[in-house]
Design a protein around this ligand. Structure first.
Ligand code: FES
Length: 89
């Protein structure tokens, strides 16, 4: 069975259609969000930096699992992506 060309995910509860093969970090960016998580000691919100799994700045909750490096996850149909609430306050 061929893969669908477009899949649907939610980003902070909002439905978003993305091309199949989209990385979760890209889906969050497509939703218009730049803040993925709030830093522990204050300061500006954090977001993807390296895009290759090294910096850990892109961590979000994916399907209820916290602290997932979103640059390392390919979106799947129905996937739920959630950034830190404080990152985009
Ligand atoms: S952007 Fe660096 S680990 Fe994801």
């Amino acid at each position: 069975m061929p893969e669908p060309e477009v899949i649907n995910v939610t980003v902070n509860g909002q439905r978003l259609s993305v091309p199949a093969g989209t990385v979760a970090a890209s889906a969050v960016a497509r939703a218009g969000l730049v803040g993925f998580r709030a830093p522990v000691r204050g300061g500006p919100a954090r977001g993807p930096l390296c895009g290759m799994g090294i910096c850990f700045e892109c961590r979000i909750m994916i399907n209820g699992q916290p602290q997932v490096r979103s640059c390392q996850v390919i979106c799947r149909e129905g996937m739920e992506l959630r950034t830190d609430d404080l990152a985009n306050a």
